[in-house]
Design a protein around this ligand. Structure first.
Ligand code: NAD
Length: 246
């Protein structure tokens, strides 16, 4: 697919990995619409990125946003499902006086924002791609945690679900001319990683990574672009983790 001239939606693109992906696709010539719930961050985006206020957990908002984008541009070719929230909570915490088991409501919240959201936004976009016979491409942002990460029951389950939907959709949508792939970043040196993990944990991760460093957001963006550009890649979950899982 030619990224130049394509219309791309990047969810959660107002900061972090999403912003790096949005900027990279824009630099390759795409018209990029950043869809995010954070109005303040949207307002700070550079001119070359379009803004769309949207909560990815709300199906009606997703449908309305897709309709608006189609009215503005006439076509929608690329969806990057990046919005998500890193969440950690041990399944059992014997030191927690409020209850030793993982809270169910926090489990559901993490599933909603990390898994349901991908279903919701992709449904809204693919409905229009199919009706308009668009030869589109979808990239889901998964995580190394999809393999099961200690202390991340909900987040790991959600990202494993994202991988399963990626493969399922690649089979169902391929015959309609729509490809679906995922990028599974390892530990990237973003603000969210530094908030989620202690310095000592990050040092341990780097020491165990063959490349001995954290990833850069731009390297995730390059992987997204590669999956979009190559028309014979379909149903792949591409690890971008410096070899940590080897
Ligand atoms: N940073 C990493 O090292 C890393 C590693 C693996 C996977 N990931 C995944 O990459 C994606 C981006 O992570 P990040 O570190 O850049 O996160 P981040 O917190 O910096 O940015 C997430 C963006 O998503 C938006 N968002 C969150 N919930 C939303 C909602 N309901 N509706 C609309 N927008 C919403 C936020 O406003 C924010 O702009 C996530 O899916 C995350 O799970 C990140």
């Amino acid at each position: 697919m030619q990224i130049k001239g394509a219309v791309a939606v990047v969810t959660g693109g107002a900061q972090g990995l999403g912003l790096a992906i949005a900027n990279h696709l824009s630099s390759l010539g795409a018209v990029v619409v950043v869809a995010d719930r954070n109005e303040v961050a949207l307002a700070c985006l550079p001119e070359h990125l379009e803004r769309q206020q949207m909560d990815v957990t709300q199906p009606e908002q997703a449908k309305a946003a897709v309709a608006e984008i189609l009215t503005r541009h006439g076509h929608l070719d690329i969806l990057v499902n990046n919005a998500g929230v890193i969440f950690s909570e041990p399944f059992v915490n014997i030191l927690n006086p409020a209850g030793i088991m993982h809270d169910y409501h926090r489990f559901r919240d993490s599933m909603t924002v990390n898994l349901d959201s991908v279903f919701i936004v992709t449904s809204a976009v693919v409905e229009q791609m199919v009706k308009r016979r668009t030869k589109g491409a979808i990239v889901n942002i998964s995580s190394i945690s999809a393999g099961g990460n200690e202390g991340q029951t909900a987040y790991s389950a959600a990202k494993a679900g994202v991988n399963a939907m990626t493969v399922t959709w690649s089979k169902e949508l391929g015959r309609l001319g729509i490809r679906c792939n995922a990028v599974a970043p390892g530990f990237i040196g973003t603000e969210s990683t530094r908030v989620a993990l202690k310095e000592s944990v990050l040092k341990h991760i780097q020491a165990n990574t063959p490349l001995r460093r954290l990833g850069d957001a731009h390297e995730v963006a390059q992987a997204v672009a590669a999956l979009l550009e190559n028309d014979f890649i379909n149903g792949v979950v591409l690890n971008v983790n410096g070899g940590l899982t080897i």
